[in-house]
Design a protein around this ligand. Structure first.
Ligand code: NAD
Length: 510
């Protein structure tokens, strides 16, 4: 149970519709908690069909004027928005930490990565230019256009309350669409602040709207005929459901799912460097990152030495409230997002032990002094994990790192390519040849070579393969622009006195 609170004194997060904060008509609501203390801090409305319809109607009404706003003027609003986001980066980071639990420095870094997408979106006028060919036939010209779709929607997960929404709506809006965002009901506040700042930057009312809620709100969005495209980021079962439902309802969809990211450590790797990189990638943000390394694949003789290094480093992690200090220093890791999620992750440690994996470091039962009701869990490390074990097969999404042992690079590649998830992966080696082979043969969307978390910069596209992404286009970069626009090709002839007479055969234009 979360700490009891006087619920009458607790504010309810409003919706953001048509440039204004407003109350939901739905009476259903959830609780937002501070993971460091376990206290309920806010209520969040769970929107019903009427609330969703109001947001979509505002976005639909704003669309024609926004579509017809010159791309450069749209971009100038994004330029002002970028400055405001930058100026409010510490405030946004505090909102993230207060509801997600991650450390302030980590939260600020994620806000920065989101701002980089706004910077990319500022240049979109260049990317939506069409092509033109003169004289494709006698007196005939041909040009192409990329046009916005209309009302687009975003549905986002709890783990990046600022960055993941920013993967979506700046790109959609720069392309001339209007947008309805439904952030995770566990972390609703940052999206509201980002909506206020967008208005301050000069965005016309109705172009960006925020709704809240659970499955009922999502289902209302998926069924709404005026939503033309849906971007989703979350767990794989829900991503699959979103993809199928949107396809059935005739909507364009990109649905990014969960992950099990492997890092292969070859025998020639710099083990100290690799272990340092892996510790940050596995336990940063308490393992609640879709690009976290959750499985280390140690090759040959490296296993024993690597596990010893990982154990020492993981055992010395400073764990405490994300906005506080541990021994006078910033913590390395904060609490998990909710009590239920913390207990689920701890349950995976129980399961790993029961299935016979070797528990090298046990993070269960950690108490943080002064924060006894916070959702803390220490770092756990398993060695000699087998592919058939649940802790290998499931995405744990917490501070639990597992180590598997293989004999060859071929075996490592086969293991990774057989995993149902394929979001990110990394290889640690000093051999260019081995790295090159890994890069070419690995069937995963984002690959790091001596880089543990290979999140692409905003002008590339982010997305996995297999169970980590359903749909054809990744987010941001050129694929994001393609997702939020559709092509049209115009063939033009302006008749003059020498115009040819009508014909009845297939025109060849030549
Ligand atoms: P989640 O799937 O539980 O929720 C994501 C969104 O879907 C939320 O907005 C939620 O309200 C909504 N939702 C939840 N249940 C639903 C249902 N039954 N029907 C319709 N909508 C529903 O994910 P989460 O726990 O918030 O986030 C963690 C997951 O997100 C992890 O699996 C992580 O790997 C994944 N993730 C993936 C990426 C990526 O880029 N691939 C990035 C971040 C997070």
């Amino acid at each position: 149970m979360n700490k009891p609170a006087d619920m009458t004194a607790i504010a309810t997060v409003p919706l953001w519709i048509n440039g204004k904060a407003q109350a939901a008509s739905s009476k259903r609501a959830g609780e937002v908690t501070d993971p460091a203390t376990g206290t309920v801090t806010k209520k969040v409305p769970f929107c019903n069909d009427t609330d969703i319809a109001a947001a979509v109607a505002a976005a639909k009404a704003a669309f024609p004027a926004w579509r017809d706003t010159p791309p450069l003027r749209r971009a100038r609003i994004l330029m002002r928005y970028r400055e405001l986001l930058e100026a409010h980066r510490p405030e946004l980071a505090r909102l993230v930490t207060g509801e997600h639990g991650k450390t302030l420095a980590d939260a600020a870094g994620s806000v920065q990565r989101g701002i980089e997408v706004v910077e990319f979106a500022m240049g979109i006028p260049h990317l939506i230019k069409g092509e033109h060919s003169a004289e494709v036939g006698t007196g005939v010209d041909c040009h192409s256009l990329r046009q916005p779709l209309g009302v687009c929607a975003g549905i986002t997960p709890f783990n990046f309350p600022v960055m993941v929404p920013l993967w979506m709506y700046p790109v959609a809006i720069a392309c001339g669409n209007t947008f309805v965002l439904k952030p995770s009901e566990k972390v609703p506040s940052a999206s509201m602040r980002m909506a206020e700042l967008f208005k301050e930057a000069g965005l016309p009312d109705g172009v960006f709207n925020v709704v809240h809620g659970d499955k009922q709100a999502v289902d209302a969005m998926l069924a709404h005929p005026d939503i033309k495209a849906v971007s989703f980021v979350g767990s794989t079962p829900i991503a699959h459901y979103i993809y199928e439902t949107c396809a059935r309802n005739g909507k364009r969809v990109q649905a990014l799912g969960g992950a099990k990211n492997h890092a292969v450590v070859l025998q020639d790797a710099d083990l100290e460097f690799a272990a340092d990189a892996l510790i940050g990638a596995a336990y940063g943000s308490a393992g609640e990152r879709c690009m976290a390394i959750s499985a280390v694949v140690a090759m040959g003789e490296t296993g024993d030495a690597l596990v010893a290094k990982l154990k020492n480093k993981a055992a010395s992690l400073k764990i405490g409230p994300g906005a506080g200090k541990v021994d006078g220093k910033e913590p390395d890791m904060g609490p998990l997002v909710t009590r239920a999620h913390r207990d689920k992750v701890a349950g995976y440690v129980d399961k790993g032990v029961a299935e016979g994996a070797q528990l090298v470091l046990d993070g269960r039962g950690l108490k943080v002094s002064g924060h006894e009701d916070g959702f803390f869990l220490g770092a756990s490390l398993f060695d000699r994990v087998k592919p058939e074990m649940t802790i290998y097969k499931d995405e744990i999404f917490g501070p639990v790192l597992i180590v598997l042992r293989v004999k060859t690079l071929d075996e490592a590649i086969r293991l990774i390519n057989a995993n149902p998830y394929a979001n990110g992966t990394a290889v640690f080696t000093r051999s260019g040849g081995a790295a090159r082979r890994f890069e070419r043969e690995i069937e995963v969307g984002m690959v790091g070579i001596n880089v543990p978390i290979p999140v692409p910069v905003a002008f590339f596209s982010f997305g996995g393969w297999r169970g980590s992404l359903f749909g054809d286009q990744h987010v941001h970069g050129m694929e994001g622009v393609r997702f939020y626009t559709r092509g049209k090709v115009v063939t033009t002839r302006w008749p003059d006195a020498s115009a040819l007479p009508s014909g009845f055969n297939m025109p060849t234009l030549g």
